[in-house]
Design a binder for this molecule. Sequence first.
Ligand code: MRU
Length: 347
Amino acid sequence: MQDLPTIAWHDGKVRILDQTQLPHELVMLEISDYPGVIQAIKSMAIRGAPAIGVAAAFAVVLSVWHEADSDRAGFLEKANKAINEIKQSRPTAKNLFWAVERMRETMAKNLNRPLHEIKIELLRMAQWILDDDVQRCKAIGKFGASLLPDRCAVLTHCNAGALATAGYGTALGVIRSAVEQGKKIQVYADETRPLLQGARLTAFELMEDNIPVTLICDNMAAALMRRGMVQLVLVGADRIAANGDTANKIGTYGLAVLAKHHKIPLYVAAPWSTIDMELNNGNLIPIEERSADEVRRFQARPIAPDDVPVWNPAFDVTPNNLIDIIITDRGVIRPPFNVNLAQMMKQ
Ligand code: MRU
């Protein structure tokens, strides 16, 4: 996956690998305005909590990049308007708000400088957010790999890999790192209805890197566990509250309940930018609800009555008592998460 960057800045444009077309088409989008990046986030051409954080940062850069360097009031108005719109694009992943806040701070700090210098500072910060994410994923990978036995089978959900980040991945970063250390890891990937990130992205990404992966439908996880075919459930996160309650792709909570029943540990892997210490618990995490047609259709093909009512939450919240370990770029966190997250926050 090294040769396929999820997102990059190139010559006044943002290049995004269109994940809606994977695995069969490799399409690079070239976007030169911030509404285009917002559209890519909403349509999930780019998705995954850390990756949409990086996209949001570049969207802020684009909001002013092509503006004249003379009109200070107009420049600031454009940037603030863009920031507000970017924050409306997807509500659940903390990383998006974290990244936009870094961009807002950068602007505030450089407010009195010439406009062309502010542009450069914004670009520098967006690029830092991208590079920093790869470093954080590698740190998560290292901490997490040490927890995995030399030989095991791991069930993962959605895609928490290189495609969901600026590179390397969180949950898949742990697996990548374990494989790099010579451990023998067999991955089972849930297909992840309705948008099939597991089937389309995780299966593709792991096969590209020659990591053994077997695809299952979401409703096969219980049977897999009952037969003793997996020793660990390892997932990413979109937002983690101060008590460790974790929002992740819809279906994660179900896996956590199943894992508890079968006495299989569940680990969550996420960078610190996913943690929201301002929310006391997971009930406060905003959960995105997406279009009914994502459920009524299988890609373009209708699979249900056109007008059947649908409930389509994109995420669910796994309560902290179903999570054994949270692996972050700062280290491994065990329960009680409210105490141990707060302690690690201070470091
Ligand atoms: O709706 P998506 O595809 O953006 O959801 C992504 C997930 O839920 C991932 O598991 C999560 O963002 C972790 S990504 C490192």
